[in-house]
Design a protein around this ligand. Structure first.
Ligand SMILES: Nc1ncnc2c1ncn2[C@@H]1O[C@H](COP(=O)(O)OP(=O)(O)OP(=O)(O)O)[C@@H](O)[C@H]1O
Ligand SMILES: [Mg+2]
Length: 267
């Protein structure tokens, strides 16, 4: 990923705190003429937990892929502090290699960066333990439930100790109980590791539960419609999920989302 926007301070100058990710006037127009996102300005602070929320087709995945450097903007600039090295991506599907055990799936990014096998094994085992899968190192993906496969994916994303973790609807396919559990475990990991988290979701409830900031997007063309803070303390748990404060944030964000979807015949 180009790192041109976040230049280090010139010699002798006092360095100003830079954002973890910075987008300026970012648009993406696909070859078929679809403008997926238009003129997005967004600055995400180091260590923040931000959700991108919006209806299907509003450009959430497109934006996330550009942040990861997997796709280039048609215009505007994107910079991630520290460059592409420290970025991990969790896709909606667990995308595991069926012929590799859980441990060997998690080891993959380390082996690709030429880490010695024994060290990669130790780190991958530790990452699996962090996501609650100690004892499943030698299991193959086909023997794991959907939630467990997603945990392996998260372990694989975290094993490289990323500064920036980008997640594209990682829990959308899971049942609600499993999703709640993974939400809690993700927050525990985030509090321990302090990576910057950008989380794409359709769910108002999930966005409020997890994040400190919810960026609401509107479609056609994809753009930012609202940017709301969820300024509530962590750790968050069942008490928060059932509180009046949580309900009030959900209402506020639902309202912003309906505003963003105003006039649409479908979502
Ligand atoms: N490779 C592509 N070529 C052409 N159009 C595309 C491409 N990828 C996405 N689009 C279009 O860009 C728009 C935004 O798509 P995107 O996948 O980013 O939306 P999204 O918000 O992630 O939706 P969902 O919630 O359904 O995942 C849509 O209109 C989509 O059809
Ligand atoms: Mg998407």
């Amino acid at each position: 990923m180009p790192d041109g926007l976040l230049q280090p301070a010139p010699d002798g100058a006092v360095a100003t705190p830079t954002a973890a990710v910075e987008l300026r006037g970012v648009s993406k127009r696909f070859r078929n003429g679809t403008t997926a996102v238009s003129d997005v300005d967004l600055s995400i602070a180091h260590g923040d937990f931000v959700s991108l929320l919006g209806p299907s087709g509003c450009g959430k995945s497109t934006l996330l892929r550009m942040m990861a450097g997997l796709s280039q903007p048609s215009s505007g600039r994107i910079a991630a502090s520290g460059g592409a090295e420290g970025i991990s991506f969790v896709f909606q599907e667990p995308t595991l290699m069926p012929w590799r055990s859980a441990l060997r799936n998690v080891m993959l990014p380390l082996r690709l960066s030429h880490m010695a096998k024994s060290e990669a094994e130790a780190r991958a085992a530790e990452a699996l333990a962090q996501v609650g899968l100690a004892g499943f190192e030698n299991s193959y993906p086909r023997a794991l439930s959907g939630g467990m496969k997603m945990r392996v994916s998260i372990a694989r994303a975290l094993v490289t100790k990323p500064r920036l973790l980008l997640m594209d609807e990682p829990f959308a396919a899971l049942d609600e109980i499993t999703r709640f559990k993974l939400n809690n475990d993700l927050l525990t990991l985030w509090e321990a590791e302090r990576f910057t988290a950008i989380f794409v979701t359709h769910s108002v409830f999930e966005s409020v539960y997890l994040s400190r900031r919810v960026v609401v997007m509107a479609a056609r063309p994809g753009r930012i419609a609202a940017d709301l803070a969820v300024d509530e303390p962590y750790p968050r748990g069942e008490e928060f999920r059932t509180s009046a404060t949580y309900a009030a944030h959900c209402r506020e964000i639902s309202h912003a989302l309906s505003g963003a979807m105003g006039g649409e015949a479908h979502a």
